[in-house]
Design a protein around this ligand. Structure first.
Ligand code: ADP
Ligand code: ZN
Length: 605
């Protein structure tokens, strides 16, 4: 590179090959640092744009970049995406037959590959290292990219023993730059990565973990299926994931959605491998599939256009919630994280911890994790702020979560709490929320009469609130630990020690209430086509149909052809000539050559 800076070359390459006008966030700094030979550790949230950070330096530097990735199932799609951009890339993993392996190796040795994806166990074989040695000796080893670098952490869920051996790369090829990438945020994992991969000299790039395009919403669960269907009704034709806790609930929910006319599929570890693979394949390749899944459906869901992630049950922790919701909107387009949560979920999770065989210390830890998550669910302030706070990041109210959009009413719930607690006490701590509410609002049902509860002093003292309000009161009292729900006793609500100061008037209770009337009108849709004019939306749909066909013919996922963002901009700006196509994000040289003519005829036909 004579007479120009690395940055200038990087920007031009980004435009020419990827069709992007500018780097995002720290991308440029990272690209320049690595292209100039530095080591880097990149912490960036899912969808932040990690791939560009090693793909651009791979193309700027002479020779082949080795990309280590644990996700064999995804390598093919990643390589396919690069091939569509006109980049020479290939992969080596256990899914290939021998002739193909030899062919890929030969291409690498000829210097015909810019990127070579390898599973770590493949790289670390004698044959793998021999290949890399030969590239190195001929000066054709561009860099090492170590993707999903948190797999080196023995404490994490994704630990891969082979990752520990990757530190050998440093000793063996000290002059070759390495870039490790992960979406895992916490400081302990970061230190472990630096330590175990021998990246002591590496520059660390930490991005904000905010996902501004994701809208967070938590609704109070009263009829989960109907609420889910209401949520989905605005999102026909969009791809999303619905997380449930149990396999049975996954099966039932998927079957129910299918019966209601949705394109839904189940996914959980109890399905046979072939069904799982087929369902995952369809989710990745077809448009608009709703995947109903347990958390077994997880790492490596690289699909950029997942428009929503819905939780019908509470996740395990706030980290788990962040990871799971993070699968929405990798492409940066508006996406939704929606959760329905109620008293039952809270009681179930508490019972799960209570009844587990874990050590008392472990139980305490799990209880704290649950409480943090409940605090998120019941938060009176911006949900994104609560999340980012948790990751140690300061922020301001986001304007893109339910709390910001429809601020809940905060009210002094001390008296209401006292009424609820005394209703529990006076009925002998043997009844569930439904019955207690009847007593409070003064509804003399048969059950209330048969227990003589209509004669209690508490009968009817809560008539100023409605049933939904009381449900909210009980749930919040449970979240705050003032009451407990005994699932083994048909959901009987009991007082805890902490209830005493409230009953004695020594402690105030602040409660929140969602004002549903306001909620309706402002719901609005954060979907991909929301901001298109009706005429353009029609064109967008036709472009999508074309993309589906094209992808089918080539046997690749639709997003590998073109992203939604690109189709949307095409529909809205209707370029007339080939030169205008280059201005559309995502239309690099290779894509224009391949699809330009077809697109122009559709746009101007
Ligand atoms: P990650 O691996 O961090 O989850 P990706 O590398 O898959 O993220 O990138 C997420 C999305 O952002 C992709 O759709 C990618 O094409 C897009 N993207 C990345 N960098 C840019 C950029 N500089 N300009 C526009 N889009 C980008
Ligand atoms: Zn907010």
């Amino acid at each position: 590179m004579t007479n120009e800076t690395t940055a200038g070359a990087a920007r031009r390459l980004l435009k020419r090959v990827f069709g992007f006008d500018a780097f995002r966030g720290a991308q440029e700094e990272i690209v320049v640092h690595v292209a100039d030979g530095g080591d880097a550790l990149v912490l960036m949230p899912t969808g932040g744009g990690k791939s560009v950070c090693y793909q651009v330096p791979a193309l700027l530097r002479a020779g082949t970049a080795i990309v280590v990735s644990p996700l064999i199932a995804l390598m093919q799609d990643q390589v396919e995406s690069l091939n569509q951009l006109g980049v020479a890339a290939a992969f080596l993993n256990s899914s290939l037959d021998w002739p193909t392996v030899r062919q890929v190796e030969a291409r690498a040795l000829e210097g015909a590959l810019d990127l070579l994806y390898m599973a770590p166990e493949r790289l670390l074989t004698e044959r793998g290292l021999d290949l890399v040695d030969r590239l190195d000796r001929s000066g054709r080893l561009a860099l090492f990219a170590i993707d999903e670098a948190h797999c080196v952490s023995q404490w994490g869920h994704d630990f891969r023993p082979e990752y520990l051996q990757l530190s050998a790369l440093h000793q063996r090829y000290p002059a070759v730059p390495r870039i490790a990438l992960t979406a895992t945020a916490d400081a302990a994992t970061r230190r472990e990565i630096l330590d175990r991969l021998g990246l002591g000299e590496a520059r660390v790039f930490v991005s904000s973990f905010d996902r501004p395009n994701i809208r967070y919403t938590v609704v109070e669960k009263h009829n989960a299926r109907r609420q889910l269907e209401d949520f989905l009704a605005d999102r026909k034709g969009e791809a999303g994931i619905v997380y449930c806790l149990s396999r049975r609930k996954v099966e039932e929910t998927a079957a129910w959605l299918v019966a209601r006319g949705w394109d839904a599929l189940p996914y959980h570890a109890g399905l046979d491998a072939a069904t799982r693979a087929e369902n995952q394949r369809r989710f990745l390749r077809d448009d608009g599939i709703v995947m109903v899944a347990t958390i077994a459906f997880g790492m490596g869901i690289d699909k950029p256009d997942v428009r929503f992630v819905a939780h019908l049950d509470l996740p395990k922790s706030i980290e788990a919630y962040y990871q799971e919701t993070g699968r929405a909107g990798r492409d940066g387009e508006p996406a939704e994280a929606w959760m329905a949560y109620g008293l039952q979920d809270l009681a179930l999770q508490r019972a799960r911890i209570e009844e587990s065989e874990a050590e008392p210390r472990q139980k305490l830890l799990e209880t704290q994790r649950l409480n943090t998550l409940l605090a998120y669910c019941e938060a009176p302030r911006c949900r994104r702020q609560v999340l980012l706070d948790y990751f140690g990041e300061a922020s301001v109210p986001c304007g893109n979560c339910d709390v910001c959009l429809e601020p809940p009413q905060l009210w002094d719930g001390t008296v209401a709490a006292q009424k609820a607690l005394s209703a529990i006490w006076r009925t002998g701590m043997r009844f569930g929320v439904g019955h207690l509410t009847d007593v409070l609002v003064g509804k003399a049902t048969d059950k209330v009469r048969s227990w003589n509860h209509d004669a209690l002093p508490t009968f009817g003292v809560g008539a100023d609130l409605d049933e939904a309000d009381w449900r909210g009161v009980f749930r919040q009292l449970a979240a705050a630990g003032l009451v407990q729900v005994a699932l083994a006793e048909h959901g009987a609500v009991k007082l805890t020690e902490d209830a005493r100061p409230v009953l004695k008037g020594e402690r105030r209770v602040e409660l929140r209430r969602v004002v549903t009337g306001r909620a309706k009108g402002r719901r609005g849709r954060a979907a991909a086509v929301a901001d298109l004019a009706p005429a353009d939306a029609g064109l967008f749909e036709r472009l999508r149909a074309w993309r589906t066909d094209t992808a089918r013919r080539q046997g690749v996922p639709a997003y590998v052809i073109l992203h939604d963002r690109t189709l949307k901009t095409l529909a809205a700006s209707r370029p007339r000539a080939a030169e205008d196509l280059a201005a559309i994000p995502g239309m690099g040289e290779a894509k224009i050559a391949r699809y330009g003519e077809e697109l122009l005829s559709m746009l101007n036909g």
